[in-house]
Design a protein. Structure first.
Ligand code: SF4
Length: 363
């Protein structure tokens, strides 16, 4: 059976550009995150953004709760190399201030941004600067008139987004991205699928308020992954209660698991069982940690015994199949040597770094 190629089945959307970063229009699906520093603390925010960028974050959003935070944006932007999006709620004037400071994108929440006049002013100012706007609907802050007996629904999320889309379109602004997030996975799945039928603006996917690392990663992988597998989605944000760096790591893991992006290590490791002959849990954890900084795509298999080990290790770029206190190291499908268990991590890391350097030299 032929392997399914999800990258060939993507729904065509219009492109928008945040600075030089393209979203939609067939561009690779980008990974976003959001800082959790106080935006007014320029040094802390810049430090976090630069760490996020190093981890592969391609678009960074910062909250702009007041004019002082808006005032910090140009100083932040001057010290980073990744497109900067201002996240605006309640007051359209904050969006105007953020645009003045040179942000690359805006996110507004139609549930709380106020009336038509504010939206028109944002559209005029963003249009002048060619800055795209994300209409970011959130089930937790929907317009009251759209709630069904006080509760959000998938169709209400879509209607909220489309109302805002129509307002922007009324004044000739089409540089839009849209999201319809909910913390409820079935609801966001339904909403995004409905929205994808009704619009060709690029879609920003996310399960909002998804939870802490484990539960948030699982919810996000299910919600975002199902949509991506149907060709829906142009950019993703995994939203976790925790370190935003984990949002980026989980985001790439979702994309890598569907073959939609290649970046860094893809680890294949066995779950361990009574046949395990080396300490796979420790070895896999250490290999993953030590190779975190590698950006070249490398599939590494860390396997405990000879049942599935040799084949998995052979099919990876680099692999180890455990024996009694030793491991056979495979590189590009061939056994290169047998190594004592205590040296396996350092040997795998050395080989991986060498392979990554060779890939970098070729590209
Ligand atoms: S590869 Fe071997 S050790 Fe690992 S889970 Fe499978 S049978 Fe067990």
């Amino acid at each position: 059976m032929q392997e399914r190629d999800f990258s060939m089945e993507r729904k065509r959307t219009r492109p928008v550009w945040l600075g030089t970063a393209q979203v939609g229009g067939g561009a690779p699906i980008s990974v976003q995150s959001m800082t959790n520093t106080d935006t007014r603390d320029i040094a802390a925010t810049v430090e976090q953004i630069n760490k996020l960028a190093l981890a592969g974050c391609e678009i960074v959003r910062v909250a702009v709760p007041d004019l002082e935070a808006a005032g910090a944006l140009s100083l932040i932007k001057a010290r980073i190399n990744v497109p900067l999006v201002a996240d605006i709620h309640f007051d359209y004037r904050l969006a105007l201030a953020a645009l003045d400071k040179g942000v690359d994108g805006l996110r507004i929440n139609p549930g709380n941004i106020g009336g038509r006049e504010g939206v028109f002013k944002i559209a005029a100012a963003a249009g002048e600067r060619k800055v795209p706007v994300r209409i970011g609907v959130n089930a937790g802050s929907l317009e009251k008139d759209l709630l069904d007996k006080g509760k959000p629904t998938a169709s209400a999320l879509v209607e909220s987004a489309l109302r805002a889309v129509r307002l922007f379109e009324e004044v000739g602004f089409f540089d839009l991205k849209v999201s319809v997030k909910s913390s409820d996975v079935p609801m966001m799945l339904e909403a995004y699928q409905m929205l994808a039928e009704k619009t060709d603006y690029p879609l920003h996917l996310g399960v909002t308020e998804a939870g802490t690392l484990r539960s948030g990663a699982v919810k996000s992988a299910v919600g975002i992954g199902i949509l991506l597998s149907k060709g829906i989605g142009d950019t993703i944000r995994v939203s976790l209660t925790g370190n935003p760096l984990d949002e980026v790591r989980v985001g790439y893991d979702i994309l890598k698991s569907l073959g939609l992006r290649k970046r860094g290590i893809e680890l294949v490791s066995c779950p361990t069982c009574a046949r395990t002959q080396i300490d796979i849990i420790k070895i896999a954890g250490e290999v993953e940690e030590k190779l975190e900084g590698i950006t070249a795509p490398l599939k590494i298999a860390v396997m405990g015994c000879v049942v599935n080990g040799p084949l998995e290790a052979k099919n990876a770029d680099l692999g180890v199949a455990g024996g009694k206190g030793t491991g056979l190291i495979f590189r590009q499908g061939k056994v290169i040597r047998s190594v004592k268990e205590k040296d396996l991590v350092s040997e795998l890391v050395r080989e991986a770094e060498e392979m990554a350097a060779q890939t970098a030299a070729k590209t």
